[in-house]
Design a binder for this molecule. Sequence first.
Ligand code: SF4
Ligand code: SF4
Ligand code: SF4
Length: 308
Amino acid sequence: MSKKENNTCNTCMSDLTRRDFLKVAGAITGGLAAASAVSNTALASSGGGDIPLEDQKALFYDATYCVGCRECELACKEDNHLKEENVDDLSGNTFTLIKLYQSEDGGESSFRKYQCMHCVDPACATSCPVGALEKTDEGPVLYESLKCIGCRYCMQACPYGVPAYDWSQAYPLIAKCDLCYDRHDGPACATACSPGALISGTRGELLKIAKERIAANPGKYYEDRVFGEHDGGGTSVLILSAVSFDKIGLPPLTEKAIPHYGETATRAVPYIFGGAAGFTAIVYRATMTAEERQRLGKKQGKEEGETE
Ligand code: SF4
Ligand code: SF4
Ligand code: SF4
């Protein structure tokens, strides 16, 4: 951009050029229409695809087998090239976390592995006004950074508090587990779990294993049931625990999928706010520095390369 073309407004924080401004103005109209149109696509596709649910990829965590060694956390970090950090919650650099529940009287305790549950009908995808989160036919719920406008509705919508904002980026992006979508030998965390607390496979196979364990150990597992078979419409991460689900931080959900609660309101969100958030993002993108664009492009390139 030459200085001649530069039309700097003294009251603005950034140098918004005339060309950028026209780009932004044109994009607002298109952005609003696109946001609404794509949100419909997201709503339509959020329930999964052509592969039967029992044949989709899944992960089974049996908390009674977990010894808290955290090899799964390390494997996830290595496989996803995430930085080491000491945090209490999922973050832009922590896609999975092992936490210990201990009752006050020391009577009962259990580990719990936190990560994206890969919901059968994900609220994050339904709430996203631009379709940046999508339930794949294979089961994992994936995120596309270049579509993301940074509105963070997915963070509000997720009943498990999973999507995190990666503040280490100049253009902050959502970060979460992708169920190791591109790995052919199963999720890295499951491969690393030597005590056998994590098993990967199809949802049908894993439900069968979980139910066999319940049948073989009457009274061992909480409510003799698998969390995620039906909770919140079902998830692709299935959990068994000896301690009650609420104590290990799993939300009390009915069998109804989250996107179907207050569906009218949920559907209205993208239309009402998508334009405002889209406008902010469009202005931001139009004024991104070359370095920021390069960094975002590299991140997206890596994601595309990994999914090929
Ligand atoms: S690797 Fe397995 S046993 Fe170790 S903390 Fe993770 S889930 Fe638990
Ligand atoms: S757990 Fe949250 S982020 Fe993961 S698929 Fe479900 S709604 Fe989306
Ligand atoms: S499935 Fe992959 S991305 Fe998700 S927690 Fe396990 S290793 Fe991390």
